[in-house]
Design a protein around this ligand. Structure first.
Ligand SMILES: NC(=O)c1ccc[n+]([C@@H]2O[C@H](COP(=O)([O-])OP(=O)(O)OC[C@H]3O[C@@H](n4cnc5c(N)ncnc54)[C@H](OP(=O)(O)O)[C@@H]3O)[C@@H](O)[C@H]2O)c1
Length: 250
């Protein structure tokens, strides 16, 4: 029960890693967990599963209106935030030569601007001594083909954790990056457009190359986010915690 009475915000909390994190925050005593997403029905279904301590807010982190909607929902409850997990993100692959400006902008608007301005807009509501966890990815340090824009967006997120840790020093707000490895979530189908045979091939690659020999489960990644957000990480700041079964570590 590391988060008893805590108010938590998880952007992109309707599916995958964000949903698992929201579930774990509720299970560990959070009094309110705000979850966001763009798709109202998915978000409502997630909130239904999480119970009455979840507050669903339809909000696109890539737009100012979306970020404002989130701020308003929190203010309407008179809440102040203890933990922000800036998790919302998209992953789309495209050959370099075909990656046009709108493709580039979509990824950067959500993954980079979305993270930066989510933290900035929620800052007045964040408690001093609170914790911010940014969801990056091990790909920020990798150069896989057809993913140059996504990879770069995650390198930027990792960089924000370094700078914001210093920027928020006066308020004792810790900022860390979480870098998941390959994790079985809807992003595999919706974002990367992998069908079952593509996922099977990915699993075979991991079986051959990753020390863990398999994909991660969302709950295993969420556990890393909760550690970074928790008092057990009180002296952990500005880091990148890779939770990847060792894939990018060996
Ligand atoms: N799965 C992996 O292998 C992996 C590895 C490394 C890093 N990550 C990162 O982990 C994070 C979560 O991804 P996931 O794998 O859990 O995928 P997911 O299941 O697709 O979850 C993404 C979540 O973000 C929301 N979202 C997407 N764009 C949004 C926007 N503009 N505004 C608000 N919410 C938005 C989605 O809901 P809507 O679509 O309804 O908006 C959903 O709730 C992402 O940042 C991803 O890059 C994933």
């Amino acid at each position: 029960m590391r988060f008893t009475n805590s108010v938590v915000v998880v952007t992109g909390g309707s599916t995958g890693i964000g949903f698992s994190a929201a579930e774990a925050f509720v299970a560990e005593g959070a009094v309110r967990v705000y979850i966001t997403g763009r798709t109202a029905d998915t978000l409502q279904a997630a909130a239904g599963r999480l119970g009455n301590r979840a507050v669903p807010v339809v909000a696109d982190v890539g737009t100012e209106a979306g970020r404002r909607a989130l701020v308003s929902a929190i203010e309407a409850n008179g809440d102040r935030i203890d933990v922000l997990f800036a998790n919302a993100g998209i992953a789309e692959s495209r050959p370099f030569a075909e990656s046009d400006e709108s493709f580039f902008d979509r990824t950067f608007d959500i993954n980079v601007k979305g993270v930066f301005f989510t933290v900035q807009s929620l800052l007045p509501l964040l408690n001093d001594g609170g914790s911010v966890v940014l969801n990056a990815s091990i790909v920020g340090n990798k150069g896989m083909p057809n993913l140059s824009v996504y990879n770069a967006s995650k390198a930027a997120v990792r960089s924000f954790a370094r700078s914001l840790a210093n920027d928020l020093k006066p308020r004792r707000i810790r900022v860390n990056a979480l870098s998941p490895g390959a994790t079985l979530t809807p992003i595999m189908q919706n974002g990367l457009k992998l069908d079952q045979s593509g996922i099977d091939a990915f699993e075979a690659m991991l079986a051959a190359n990753a020390p863990a020999g398999r994909m991660g489960q969302p709950a295993e990644i969420a556990a890393g986010a909760l550690f970074l957000a928790s008092p057990a990480a009180s002296y952990v700041n500005g880091i990148e915690l890779s939770v990847d079964g060792g894939l990018a570590q060996v």
